[in-house]
Design a protein around this ligand. Structure first.
Ligand code: 5GP
Length: 119
C-alpha cells in the first residue's frame, strides 16, 4: 500500500491540522488521541512516511526504528506511566482494524487496562 500524504496524521505532522502535543523529538511526535479510550491515551507517530508497523520494520533505517521506539518509551515516562504501567497497542492493516494509514503506537494508561480484548 502506497503512503497517502493526505492522511490525517501527515496533516498533523505538517501542522495543517492541530493536535495537543505531549512529546516531540527528531524521530517522533506524540499527541493526545481525539477519542480517548483511557484517562491517558496518546498516539506516537514516526516523522517519516510509513503506512504501518509492517512497512516501518521493512523499510525504515535502524536509526529510525531505534529512535522511534525510544521516543515511545520517553513519551510514556514523561507522562508518569513507567511505575503504574501502561499498555501499548499497534493496530495493523485490515484485520488489525487500523484506521489511519500512518504508523501509530497507542499509549494507554491512568487506570487498570483490563484484560486483552479481541472483539
Ligand atoms: P487506529 O484505529 O488506526 O489504530 O487508531 C486511530 C486513532 O486515531 C483513533 O484512536 C482515533 O481516535 C485517532 N484519531 C483519528 N483522527 C484523529 C485526529 O484528527 N486527531 C487525533 N488527535 N486523533 C485522531
Amino acid at each position: 500500500m502506497a503512503y497517502d500524504i493526505e492522511n490525517i496524521f501527515a496533516k498533523i505532522l505538517r501542522e495543517e491540522v492541530p493536535c495537543v502535543k505531549v512529546y516531540e523529538d527528531d524521530n517522533a511526535l506524540a499527541f493526545n488521541d481525539i477519542n480517548p479510550q483511557a484517562p491517558i491515551h496518546v498516539l506516537v507517530i514516526p516523522k517519516g512516511p510509513y503506512v504501518s508497523i509492517d512497512d516501518f520494520i521493512a523499510s525504515a533505517s535502524d536509526s529510525e526504528i531505534a529512535g522511534f521506539f525510544r521516543a515511545v518509551g520517553n513519551t510514556a515516562r514523561q507522562l508518569g506511566l513507567s511505575t503504574p504501567g501502561y499498555r501499548i497497542l499497534v493496530n495493523t492493516g485490515d484485520n488489525g482494524m487500523q484506521e489511519v494509514p500512518h504508523l501509530h503506537v497507542h499509549i494507554m494508561g491512568g487506570r487498570k487496562m483490563g484484560p486483552m480484548v479481541a472483539i
